[in-house]
Write a protein that binds this ligand. Structure first.
Ligand code: DAH
Length: 366
């Protein structure tokens, strides 16, 4: 009996004196471990007569309980002391100046969108936006593509499982053209807008990504004709590529939302393995490259959008922003645009202070 009492007192003293988790663990093994003296003492109870056991058990049980409690309390104390020490060691003084300057940059797509807005603002265009989650009426039907129109299948559309409350299909817009409809419905005619933004198609290779960027253009007024369209695009590309020798070719084509429809080609040449925009596409060493679709807005589209085709007409165009960014700034893989690789961004990104302005140059690099 006295033996257990003194052994317990000695163990409790050793536990109290433990100055690390390791010495505490050694104490645990010596007492409550498989071969610790408390465990061995508990085992002797099995071989005793009931009377002996009744006499011996309480002292052993209370020794076990006291030691277990002391071990646990000491463990918690040592752990929190260690955490405190670690926190003190790893303190950061947030009032000190940064060791490295922040490395953010403006993505070329954002830069080109700013350049577009700047150039078209000078031509009297406002910037319009629309939702990326669209319904099939705005994305297709109102653009003269009814449910059975084959062009719907060509768009590789991402559909959502649910429909809108009036049971229209919900989808990720496949082009920026629905912003034409939304803008006309909201403000009527006359109208002069561009609508840059993200569009989505289920498509992926070196020149296609499931998300990409387009800019839509729309001009509705009285007496608008194809000549206005050609002048507008030519003036835009001259300002955008910062050269006067831009030559456009309008090639007859088909889009459901325009009549007549034209595809827009630009003359270019190859310089050092890179396409450089400029010159007549039929000139020696030159060729034509398609850069967008356009045409006179189909009268049916005007009707869907609540504009009277007897009074108003106009043109629309759609350009791939990523494509013209690649042409202007010399990237060759579209997928790298959306990888978020900091080395690519550091190389092709722009300084936030390098705002495109017509006076300082829309392509200026700081
Ligand atoms: N929405 C077409 C597409 O994504 C591009 C386009 C063609 C837009 C002709 C237009 C247009 O506004 O007139 O393929």
């Amino acid at each position: 009996m006295t033996d257990i009492t003194s052994q317990t007192e000695a163990a409790l003293a050793a536990i109290a004196a433990a100055d690390s988790l390791d010495t505490l663990e050694a104490q645990r093994l010596e007492t409550l471990g498989k071969k610790g003296w408390v465990s061995l003492a508990l085992k002797t109870l099995g071989g005793m007569t009931p009377e002996e056991r009744t006499a011996a058990a309480p002292a052993i049980q209370s020794a076990r309980a006291a030691i277990a409690e002391a071990l646990e309390a000491k463990k918690a104390a040592l752990e929190s002391a260690e955490l405190e020490a670690q926190l003190a060691r790893e303190t950061i003084d947030l009032t000190l100046p940064a060791a490295a300057t922040p490395k953010g940059s403006v993505h070329p797509v954002s830069q080109v969108m700013d350049e577009l807005a700047e150039i078209f603002a000078d031509l009297g265009f406002a910037v319009a936006t629309g939702p990326e989650i669209e319904d099939d009426w705005h994305n297709f039907t109102a653009l003269n593509m009814d449910e059975t129109h084959p062009a719907r299948a060509m768009h590789d559309t991402f559909y959502f499982p649910d429909k809108t409350s009036d049971s229209k299909d919900v989808l990720l817009r496949t082009h920026t053209s629905p912003v034409q409809i939304r803008s006309m419905l909201a403000q009527g005619a006359p109208i002069r807008i561009i609508a840059p933004g993200r569009v989505y198609r289920s498509d992926s290779d070196a020149t296609h990504t499931p998300m990409f960027h387009q800019v839509e253009g729309l001009v509705i007024d009285k007496d608008i004709h194809l000549g206005h369209l050609k002048w507008t695009l030519e003036t835009f590309f001259k300002a955008f590529f910062e050269r006067e020798d831009i030559v456009l070719r309008l090639r007859p084509s088909y889009f459901p939302f325009t009549e007549p429809s034209v595809e827009v080609d630009v003359g270019y040449s190859n310089e050092g393995g890179r396409r450089v925009v400029g010159g007549h596409g039929d000139a020696p060493g030159h060729a034509w490259m398609e850069i967008g679709g356009s045409g006179m807005v189909n009268a049916r589209v005007l009707e869907f959008a609540g504009v009277d085709p007897a009074e108003y007409q106009g043109f629309a165009f759609g350009l791939g922003i990523d494509r013209i960014a690649m042409l202007k700034y010399g990237m060759n893989d579209l997928r790298a645009f959306f990888d978020g690789d900091p080395r690519w961004l550091a190389h092709y990104g722009f300084s936030p202070f390098d705002q495109p302005t017509l006076s300082a140059g829309v392509g200026a690099r700081a």
